[in-house]
Write a protein that binds this ligand. Sequence first.
Ligand code: G3I
Length: 340
Amino acid sequence: MIRNDGHDGAHLRDISRAAGIPIGCAVDVDVLRQSERYREVVRREFNMCVAENHFKAPWVWTGPETYDFSSTDYLADFAIKNDILLRGHALIWHSAIPSWLENGSFSKEEVRELLKRYIQALVGRYRGVVSTWDVVNEAIDDEGSCPWRDTFWLNTLGRGYIADAFRWAHEADPTAKLYYNDYEAEDLGPKSNSVYSLVRELLDDTVPIHGVGYQYHLIAGWRAGQHNRDCIQRIVDLGLEWQVTECDIRIQLEDADDVSEKRDAQAEGYWDVARLCRTLPRCEGLVMWGFTDAYSWIPGFRKGWGEALIFDEAYAPKPAYFALRSALCDHSVRSVAICI
Ligand code: G3I
């Protein structure tokens, strides 16, 4: 049972900075604009953030060569003012294609040129501001068998779209770290094997890729094992870095006879994720997909599930918060002065 870990007064960002691992959350930019309480928690607890949606193409890419940067500028300004690292998510994702493009009658050549201009406009605008881009998100088939997911991008542009996107992004901002991001690739298996093959192929083609994002959308009861460590280590052995990019650990609420027991199981999962980050090399961030249960994608997309984050709907810290904070303190090596 993980309760208050004794680090009273220390906030996640203080401990993460001392531990050398940025800790972050996805933010709903609309809520960030409207709520001082929401902004205050982000400022107080996190030193990395990412837009849950507002950096995605449907929100920015309003027409073939027209863009709406109002929300992306707002978040960039917020991050700069509060010394928060900013992740850009995601330049290419099959679930976030503007309808005018997906339903348009553009040729392959036109789509490729428009995509290049979009990527270079967005990445170029935040040159030196966005530290890490999810250049391509979820391009691998869930079974890992194909292995490429059958998407508008693959069908329109062919397999070269991934390398193109990384090269265009690198041209626009050579200082940004460029990631491939995916879910359910956190364990050894067909899908993570395909992710490994993809990034190794990109490296062999001297494509400018710097890291792999592991989303870590989990279920309470999940615990890390050596297979998770091996899955990450083989990516690190390629010379790449890695981040946890979208962690949340959902609880089944339908038969929630004992939510406190499930919250403790959830806390153990967050502890394990943090320990992976703390004990494996090249971890460059631990980002959760939100921070309060008041704003989470889970209830709307996973019926009967919820309470996946580290603060409850009233913004009170849950056992998961204390577990995360304690796990970031490396008790074996007292390198983190504020860890007692
Ligand atoms: O803002 C509009 C609103 O104006 C409209 O009335 C409403 C009804 O259509 O839709 C609202 O937009 C929704 C948006 O979330 C904001 O709530 C979109 O329909 C909905 O599709 C969108 O879902 C997001 C989803 O990605 C698809 O983009 C989720 O919030 C977001 O958490 C989820 O995040 C993804 C990552 O990007 C990639 N990894 C998986 C993760 C979870 O699916």
